[in-house]
Ligand binder design. Structure first.
Ligand code: IPM
Ligand code: MN
Length: 355
């Protein structure tokens, strides 16, 4: 019997279903090639369902999703739903309740992809951000007093637990070791101002570092890191940081790797169910036009397979994507690829079969 993976698919909103369809096309091709099976089960969570039912996630959804080997997500976000409702009610709830405490975001410039940085090529841009994914400013701690009055007070607190910080840092060191490239792990923080939170991060970081003598433990302030991403991205190998800083620096990372059309990420619970997604959002204005770039979703599928232990199949997807960026598509931007969404998926499938 071939190995079978049960995947929960949440196509979601906007262009999510279109890019997920291409990702699944590629997953099917690669699973045939490498002799395993993927079983898909679709869930209609997202803005349309919310507008019809008033519900973000139905009762029992989390328990149901825990039964799968992984979750493959398109995008969450709907123009007719007030910002925050779907993000908090679906995406962040899944991350928190499935305890996906790592958000893994590779930043890699593929061949043929136009980079906005002068004189930088694929040899300069290849690093991975390990973003803490369940705490920090995202924890929702704080509150508001006297709302709507001139005396209004709003407090939003960053929650950093020793346990949460330590498991994230340990994951980052292990990841850096396994990646086996420059063997450098940079803690991205703000120890000069956030002297409570990043003191905890810094102490934990250097304590854990003692067990990894072959990895260079490095530190950079978050503001400085945005500067170095632009000036010297080749300095970085693996970066570990908190939830908010990770959110911000990975958008910058996505831009230097060519844009949202290629940026993929994994929400990882190493002991539980993980979820893989293109990080670009639902892009509602391109919905239904067959012009959105599916490569980020395809790469997210590759990351999912790697996480499931199908490293060869995951690597094959990445190779095929690199052939497509290097030899075919003109630009990563929607409508400017020189191909439709479905044609890009077909091209990747062709290379999967050829490689
Ligand atoms: C991301 C997104 C989310 C985040 C939003 C949609 C809640 O920006 O995945 O980076 O802030 O984490
Ligand atoms: Mn973000």
């Amino acid at each position: 019997m071939p190995k079978t993976y049960n995947i929960a698919v949440i196509p979601g909103d906007g262009t999510g279903p279109e890019v997920v369809a291409e990702g699944i096309k590629v997953l099917n091709a690669v699973s045939q090639k490498y002799g395993f099976k993927i079983n898909l089960n679709y869930f209609n969570f997202g803005g349309d369902r919310y507008l019809k039912t008033g519900e973000t996630l139905p009762e029992g959804a989390i328990e149901e999703l825990k039964k799968y080997n992984a979750i493959y997500l398109g995008a969450i976000g709907h123009p007719d739903v007030k910002p925050g409702i779907l993000e908090k009610g679906i995406l962040l709830r899944l991350r928190f309740e499935l305890d996906q405490y790592i958000n893994l975001r590779p930043v890699k410039l593929y061949p043929g992809v136009e980079c906005p940085l002068k004189d930088k090529g694929p040899e300069h841009i290849d690093f991975v951000v390990v973003r803490e994914n369940t705490e920090g400013l995202y924890a929702g701690a704080g509150g508001v007093l006297k709302k709507g009055t001139p005396d209004e007070v709003a407090v939003q607190e960053s929650i950093n637990t020793r346990k949460g910080v330590e498991r994230c840092i340990r994951y980052a060191f292990e990841y850096c070791k396994k990646r086996n490239k420059a063997k450098k792990l940079t803690l991205c923080g703000k120890t000069n101002v956030l002297t409570f939170a990043f003191d905890l991060w810094e102490r934990t970081f250097y304590e854990v570092a003692k067990k990894y003598s072959d990895i260079k433990a490095d530190y950079a302030h978050v503001d400085a890191i945005t500067m170095w991403f632009v000036k010297n991205p080749e300095w970085f190998d693996v970066i570990v940081t908190d939830n908010m800083f990770g959110d911000i620096i990975t958008d910058l990372g996505a831009m230097i790797q060519g844009g949202m059309g290629i940026a993929a990420g994994g929400n990882i619970n190493p002991e539980g169910v993980s979820m893989f997604e293109p990080i670009g959002g639902s892009a509602p204005k391109y919905k239904g036009k067959n012009i959105i770039n599916p490569l980020a979703a395809i790469c997210a599928g590759g990351m999912m397979l790697e996480h499931l232990g199908e490293e060869k199949a995951g690597g094959c997807i990445e190779q095929a994507v690199m052939e497509v960026t290097g030899k075919h598509i003109k630009s990563l931007a929607a409508g400017q690829m020189g191909y439709t969404t479905t044609e890009v998926g077909d091209l990747v499938v062709d290379y999967v079969n050829k490689l």
